[in-house]
Ligand binder design. Structure first.
Ligand code: NAG
Ligand code: NAG
Ligand code: NAG
Ligand code: NAG
Length: 279
């Protein structure tokens, strides 16, 4: 009897270790954005819509209970203008890329990263960029036609996202350069297509001013402590390019912008270079 109990105890211990190990696996990848599109939607009142993301999976709870969620509005009269944050120090390089239709968006992923950005002494590798239509962040309450997110990650898993806003106008030259690849994955035929070498420096920013605040990923698992830099200058995109990106949204909501999230007293800084060094 005692022996049997001991064996039972041993197998329980072994089982607990296995359970711990299995539980640790999803944690290790919590920083990565979800790629299975059909698990969540952008339908405001949908069963898996933005107000419910936090209930879909235990490790998505931040989506509902987090206090540092994105996107937010950037209200010019409430931001602190600073010059100490420093310019966006980007040292990007060309790398082979794959375009992925994630169902909820189009994503360009660089194999092995495409250089890096240095923020406050830490190096973050550029891993992917993707597009939201309309924009997720708003400036003084105004929502724009599109927002690009350039997602960077440090060796220890910290995330920096650079956001670029676009209004309807002249075509964006970067999207134009990958247009036929977008067309390849816009239909239902392929989910992924190899693009070849893509230089992220072709994604133009055109301004040194940017808003800085601490937020989260805007799709599940809504991981927090993401350092956001939203470029102040609004660029342009054509209607045709927007249409091409929208095709990727399969859930009929015709949008892949998460609603604005409460700020909970968070501060937003606006970085502006010192006088005389302006853009
Ligand atoms: C940019 O980063 C490089 C290293 O990656 C560093 O040597 C340089 O001082 C940084 N420049 C600024 C303006 O922060
Ligand atoms: C891109 O991939 C091709 C084929 O695998 C390879 O020959 C080339 O060196 C790669 N280029 C870069 C910049 O990584
Ligand atoms: C930069 O890093 C230092 C030390 O890691 C930290 O004390 C400081 O708050 C950071 N500054 C910003 C603007 O993130
Ligand atoms: C976010 O950063 C703060 C301060 O660095 C830290 O106390 C907190 O645990 C972090 N939260 C997460 C979810 O990483």
């Amino acid at each position: 009897m005692a022996r049997k109990l001991l064996m039972l105890q041993h197998s329980l211990i072994a089982f607990s270790f296995l359970a711990l190990f299995l539980a640790a696996v999803p944690l290790a990848s919590a920083a990565t954005e979800v790629e299975d599109e059909r698990e969540f939607t952008y339908m405001p009142d949908g069963e898996n819509g933005p107000n419910r993301w936090g209930e879909i999976h235990p490790d998505w709870h931040s989506c509902n209970s987090g206090k540092l969620q994105s996107p937010i509005d950037m209200l010019d009269e409430r931001v602190d203008v600073v010059s100490h944050l420093g310019r966006l120090n980007r040292s990007y390089k060309a790398a082979n890329a794959t375009l992925v239709n994630r169902g909820h968006d189009m994503m360009m992923r660089w194999e092995g990263g495409a250089g890096s950005i240095r923020v406050n002494g830490t190096e973050y590798t550029l891993e992917q960029c993707h597009w939201h239509t309309p924009s997720e962040h708003t400036i003084n309450g105004k929502r724009y036609a599109m927002e690009a997110h350039m997602v960077h990650e440090s060796a220890d898993g910290k995330i920096v996202v650079v956001g670029i806003l676009y209004t309807i106008g002249r075509p964006d030259s970067f999207l134009q350069s990958i247009q036929h690849h977008l067309e390849d994955v816009a239909g239902t035929k392929e989910d992924e297509t190899t693009v070849g070498v893509v230089d992220p420096r072709d994604i133009k920013i055109g301004s040194r001013k940017y808003y800085r605040y601490i937020g989260s990923l805007t799709i599940p698992p809504c991981t927090e402590n993401v350092t956001w830099s939203i470029v102040k200058k609004v660029r342009t995109v054509s209607r045709e390019q927007l249409r091409l990106l929208r095709v990727a949204v399969h859930d009929d909501s015709n949008s892949n912008a998460r609603p604005l999230q409460p700020k909970f007293g968070r501060k937003v800084n606006l970085f502006r270079p010192e006088e005389g060094k302006d853009d």
